[in-house]
Ligand binder design. Structure first.
Ligand code: ADP
Ligand code: MG
Length: 265
């Protein structure tokens, strides 16, 4: 396989979550993390899962990733039941989770080891493409500890993109970053998603972030984790988190969110 073929966009994935319930049996209590979740994500759609801490967002993302199994129900990606992790569904977490013993290029090349059709120089070329895409072309040889938090998350994004998955799963990837760094990443992520045509499922507790990034925002409520409402975001891109229209929709969703939190209290 040539590098050009490797870098071509694969068709984005579709996702079907059907009647999914997830129960955790702890030592002292049983927690229903998710109850009867139904969700469809279209090819190339950017969906944000929004909710307060503890409402099962990470649980759902881990189920979609195939890192855990549902107690009831099923998850299909491109018509195939998810039974374990796969190269077509790459995950990015809040903690950068980079390998400190590898430099930037090594971290991005790591995921490409699974590609037996590529030679080592080809893997390097592919990794460099993704490092350019995330704006780190000047840092290919840097060590992980030399990078800022935002740069580490850029490496993690390049690493998740490098195997060319059809779906990207992101769990609060920017939550630990400062506001200015985050705003630049919102812009870059929107552009990368359009260019690479990925289906994205993005978890956040930040309402404005969800509205800024999502084609659709799915609002979760806790105890047990359920889908409470969905909002389609029909605003033109590239969106800025400070856009008035983003702020308006975010404040309407916040009102809904607070109503539910008050009811629970
Ligand atoms: P969120 O990501 O929305 O903050 P989580 O999916 O992490 O929520 O957690 C949902 C609920 O499930 C919480 O009550 C949490 O304590 C519980 N939970 C999550 N993972 C486990 C686990 N491995 N074992 C037991 N309980 C868990
Ligand atoms: Mg979480």
């Amino acid at each position: 396989m040539s590098v050009a073929e490797e870098l071509a966009n694969p068709p984005p994935a579709k996702l079907h979550v059907q009647n999914v319930t997830k129960v955790y049996h702890g030592s002292s209590q049983t927690v229903t993390a998710l109850e009867n979740i139904n969700l469809q994500v279209k090819e190339g759609e950017f969906v944000c899962l929004l909710g307060a801490s503890g409402c099962g967002k990470s649980t759902l993302l881990n189920l979609i990733a195939g890192l855990e199994k549902p107690t009831e129900g099923s998850i299909h990606a491109d018509g195939q039941e998810v039974t374990g992790p796969g190269r077509q569904r790459m995950v990015m977490f809040q903690e950068h989770a980079l390998f400190p013993w590898l430099n930037v290029l090594g971290n991005v090349m790591f995921g490409l080891k699974l590609k037996p059709n590529l030679t080592d120089p080809e893997r390097q070329e592919v990794a460099r493409y993704y490092l350019r895409l995330v704006g780190l072309e000047k840092f290919v040889n840097a060590n992980v500890h030399e990078l800022s938090g935002g740069m580490k998350q850029r490496v993690a994004l390049a690493r998740a993109l490098a195997p060319n998955p059809r779906m990207l799963l992101m769990d609060e990837p920017f939550a630990a970053l400062d506001g200015m760094t985050r705003e630049q990443l919102y812009s870059d992520l929107q552009n990368i998603q359009q260019k690479r045509e990925k289906t994205v499922v993005f978890v956040t507790h930040n309402v404005r972030e969800a509205v800024c990034l999502g084609d659709r925002v799915v609002l979760f409520t806790p105890r047990p984790g359920r889908i409470h409402a969905e909002y389609r975001v029909n605003l033109p891109r590239e969106r800025d988190i400070n856009d008035v229209a983003v702020a308006q929709l975010a404040s309407a969703i916040t009102v809904e969110l607070k109503k539910h939190t008050t009811k629970q209290a």
